[in-house]
Design a protein around this ligand. Structure first.
Ligand SMILES: [Zn+2]
Length: 468
């Protein structure tokens, strides 16, 4: 400050500083806020990071026509007959059934009697996690982690899931998979990685596991104190995270620092926590709370007031209760825990008007229960008060909002990215029909045909030219 400044000027300056800091506290910084610096005409990456990219056409050079199907567009409107036209990696238009307004060289697939719908999204995966509890020796291997993830990607894709939000995986694996899928070098859904799961010493995901093992496994980042929580967020951002995943326990100062850092970097935050830690996370500005874990009515009301979403994931706990007879031995689950209590929590979230998305958290070998496990989660929504079409909207449109991708994914509308399913049935009337996936298009590429992963023939390069 200039030493010649008058007392009055100093007073005004102090007031401005105070007002500035007050505005900061009152106005919650949102992850999307930094987008005000991007004009809509600036091409950016198709992920929440929104990094400027070179302009130019994307996706395969073709027009694909899905002719004469039942269209469930995910916007909440009723199913109607029509034809979907895809140009390169985007939805070009939706035509009435009588129209054949597409070029002669288009690739036309007759989908009469089948249902066309937006690609499903899974908000909660751990692609690199070990497949059995006893796989401790293989688990730390980066090669084995990658192969495990690649196998899981196939299960998701053949189940009609065209995007996964991975909320905790080993090392660089999910970041590399994201790139390989984007370049269509690997059959899989879009991967939106969080990188490592950030938690405290003794927090969720560290229970019953020595620190050395946690380091070997590489999927968990233990942080201590606000500065270290902030650093842990920056580390995931540096590696390429599309979202930040935090887990209790944490002090208010720790989670506040982590949420603030993530939002300033343009990333949303999702939190695995329980009881008063949920209240703390919501107060700190978290965007989504994972799991159906206990919380008070006061916390639910605060979630509703602040627009905090939920990813209830009832299905993993149903599998745990089915297979293990209960959830035992965890210091981060010290409460009475049952299927009935979880379903009641989902009902309470719905009654409070909280936005609920669909995630499966299929650890161990449970991905082999797909597509049934995903369908069972949708049926949980129906049991809690959603209709079948509303559950499908949660799986597509709502999930795209929670993912921060609703301007590009989640519904069938012109200009959106072409992530599209064709189902040989009527899933909007009978959710079990979702098991009859016929065709899947991801980013304009046909990636599942006849229910199986479809891989296009490799591209042969012309031989090198001889030097003159
Ligand atoms: Zn999880």
């Amino acid at each position: 400050m200039n030493k010649h400044m008058t007392m009055k000027a100093r007073g005004v300056a102090l007031l401005i500083v105070m007002l500035g800091s007050c505005a900061c506290v009152a106005g919650q910084e949102k992850a999307q806020d930094r987008r005000k610096f991007l004009s809509p005409s600036t091409p950016v990456s198709d992920d929440p990071r929104r990094i400027p990219v070179k302009p130019g056409p994307m996706g395969p050079e073709r027009i694909l026509v899905l002719r004469g199907g039942r269209i469930f567009d995910g916007t909440g409107t009723a199913v109607h007959e029509g034809t979907l036209v895809i140009e390169r990696n985007k939805i070009l238009k939706i035509l009435p059934p009588s129209s054949s307004d597409w070029p002669k060289n288009a690739e036309v697939v007759d989908v009469a009697g089948k249902t066309i719908l937006p690609g499903l999204i899974d908000l909660h995966t751990h692609l690199t996690y070990p497949l059995t509890e006893g796989e401790v020796l293989k688990a730390p291997s980066g090669a084995d982690a990658t192969l495990r993830a690649v196998e899981k990607l196939r299960y998701f894709l053949e189940s009609g899931i065209t995007s996964v939000r991975d909320v905790g995986s080993q090392g660089d694996v999910t970041f590399r998979l994201k790139e390989w899928v984007r370049e269509n070098r690997l059959a899989g859904p879009r991967v939106f990685p969080a990188g490592q799961f950030i938690t405290a010493e003794g927090g969720h995901s560290t229970e019953n596991t020595p620190d050395e093992w946690i380091r070997w496994m590489g999927a968990t980042r233990i942080a201590t104190g606000p500065d270290d929580w902030r650093l842990a967020v920056r580390e995931q951002f540096h590696k390429g995270a599309d979202v930040i995943k935090l887990g209790s326990h944490f002090s208010f100062e720790e989670i506040k620092a982590a949420v603030q850092e993530a939002h300033e970097l343009g990333l949303k935050v999702t939190v695995d926590s329980e009881t008063f830690y949920i209240q703390r996370a919501v107060e700190a500005g978290a965007d989504t709370i994972e799991h159906p874990l206990p919380r008070t009515d006061e916390t639910i009301q605060l979630m509703a007031k602040k627009g905090v979403a939920a990813d209830p994931t009832l299905i993993p706990y149903q599998i745990i209760f089915d297979e293990w007879g209960g959830y035992f031995g965890s210091t981060s689950r010290r409460f009475t825990f049952s299927n009935d209590a979880n379903l009641e929590m989902l009902r309470r979230l719905k009654r409070a008007g909280i936005k609920c998305g669909v995630g499966t958290d299929l650890i161990l070998h449970w991905y082999r229960y797909l597509p049934g496990a995903y369908i069972r989660e949708l049926k949980n929504f129906v049991a809690a008060g959603w209709s079948a079409p509303e559950a499908l909207v949660a799986a597509t449109k709502t999930n795209s909002e929670i993912l921060d991708m609703d301007d590009r994914l989640g519904t069938l509308e012109p200009g959106k990215l072409a992530d599209v399913l064709v189902v040989d049935g009527r899933p909007d009337e009978n959710l079990d029909d979702l098991a009859k996936i016929d065709l899947v298009v991801r980013d304009g590429n046909t990636v599942v045909q006849g229910g199986k992963v479809a891989i296009s023939r490799h591209t042969v390069m012309p031989p090198p030219k001889k030097a003159q």
